[in-house]
Write a protein that binds this ligand. Structure first.
Ligand SMILES: [Fe+2]
Length: 254
């Protein structure tokens, strides 16, 4: 649901060969569909045209060795840029055929206004998949804000590397807490290359020792998002989470 596989338009691969390497690594990791979600931010000012051009370039370059992975195109839209984008442009940045946008919260500073921005997207008919909330310091400080966004219909997409500590202990703690509390709906690689930030999900999920959610997190929910259909219920076998695993901030909230 989240990768930077397109070359030369953000902090993903610089060359088409890098994109092809990433695709081959994805195939080796058992990934069959990769969402290309280039940054649309104040730093990387992509739009539907630059993204379509880069996707076309990759499509023309790929061959037999990369045939096993389908690439679909969306975007990772920084919450701070949403207000600057016309409704038609926002519609063109959606994930697959449905109303879902992958929205990136800021990594620094405050989250002031994120709830209003998301409410505005809802009014336009969009739904929001929030990219790696567990890596956002403001949610470390105030996980209840994240919970209120999820109550309002937002879904949370964790980065697989967060589950195993690649983004620090706080991100790991919040990622696992969200997973155990039923507040995470997807795990994605957020791959940027074949090696350092690779397209790997299953290995990280397995390392957490939590079983029973893999298909729902990585196949069923993504398929519903891409198709614009109803989000399937979390498997009953995985809910409710064992009380020993309930994160302390949820216990505090009763
Ligand atoms: Fe990303």
């Amino acid at each position: 649901m989240h990768s930077h596989v397109l070359a030369g338009i953000d902090d993903g691969p610089r060359s088409t060969e890098g994109s092809l390497e990433l695709l081959r690594a994805a195939a080796a990791a058992g990934i069959t569909t990769l969402m290309a979600t280039p940054h649309v931010s104040s730093r990387y000012r992509n739009d539907t045209a630059t993204i379509a051009a880069a996707a076309g370039e990759l499509e023309r370059a790929r061959g037999e060795r990369e045939a096993g992975v389908e690439v679909r195109v969306g975007a990772e839209v920084a919450v701070t840029r949403v207000a600057e984008l016309e409704p038609e442009e926002l519609a063109g940045l959606c994930l697959g055929d449905g109303p879902w946008l992958l929205v990136e919260p800021p990594f620094s500073g405050m989250l002031g206004g994120i709830d209003a921005t998301i409410a505005g997207l809802h009014r336009l008919g969009h739904r929001v998949l929030l990219a790696h909330p567990e890596r956002c310091p403001a949610f470390h400080r105030d996980p209840a804000l994240l919970e209120s966004l999820i109550d309002a219909g937002v879904l949370a997409s964790l980065t697989s590397g967060s589950l195993v500590g690649r983004f620090g202990s706080q991100a790991r703690r919040l990622a696992l807490g969200l997973l155990d509390a039923g507040l995470a709906h997807n795990v994605a690689s957020d791959a940027h290359d074949a090696v350092h930030r690779p397209p790997s999900i299953a290995a990280e999920l397995a390392e957490t020792g939590r079983a029973g959610l893999e298909d729902w997190l990585t196949r069923e929910v993504p398929a519903a998002i891409l198709g614009g259909g109803e989000i399937p219920r979390r498997p009953a076998s995985a809910t409710p989470p064992p009380s020993s695993r309930r994160p302390s901030w949820l216990r505090r909230r009763g």
